[in-house]
Design a protein around this ligand. Structure first.
Ligand code: HEC
Length: 144
């Protein structure tokens, strides 16, 4: 019984910790996406040389980053459209649609990783839906 209480207390601390600052958490997650895109974007646009190892490493990082944002309820709790955030209230108008948008992005990233592109054309084909997902989500769910 005592053990159970301890475990429950530990659990509630963990949960409270995770929910401590969802704004900071999701913005840090997004910033990391931006950093990874600064490697991939110029290669996709032909402004930097294609390097299969660098590309696949960056794609893997993008997948880990997307997995870290899979818990939409934790990162985008109801009411977190106030304060220092650009999250649009549209997110909570239809939360399921937002979850679907997040999932669509994660799948585009997973597909790009699975494609394991070895040349520029293959990379561009896999990368298109990833970049497109950033844009389509921001257009609908991020304030200017
Ligand atoms: C499912 C929706 C969604 C997807 C997909 C998405 N974003 Fe975002 N992004 C947002 C929202 C909403 C915000 C605003 C978050 C806030 O201010 O609380 C944001 C904010 C950002 C920011 C600003 C972070 C800050 O506060 O400094 C960057 C940079 C960013 N996104 C980059 C990207 C990139 C790059 C991709 C694709 C690789 C991407 N995002 C994919 C929804 C998304």
């Amino acid at each position: 019984m005592k053990l159970f209480a301890l475990a429950a207390a530990a659990l509630s601390i963990t949960v409270a910790g995770a929910a401590a600052d969802p704004l900071e958490q999701r913005q840090a997650n997004m910033k990391e996406r931006g950093q990874i895109m600064r490697i991939l974007g110029p290669i996709a646009q032909g402004r930097a040389d294609f390097d299969a190892a660098a590309v696949n490493e960056a794609l893997a990082k993008l997948e880990t980053n997307a997995e870290a944002a899979a818990d939409v309820d934790a990162l985008w709790p109801q009411g977190s459209d106030t304060g220092d955030t650009k999250a649009a209230s549209a997110i909570w108008d239809d939360f399921d649609a937002y979850k679907a948008e997040n999932e669509k992005y994660a799948q585009a990233v997973a597909a790009a990783v699975a494609a394991a592109p070895q040349d520029l054309a293959a990379f561009q084909a896999a990368f298109g839906p990833v970049g497109g997902s950033c844009g389509s989500c921001h257009e609908k769910y991020r304030n200017e």
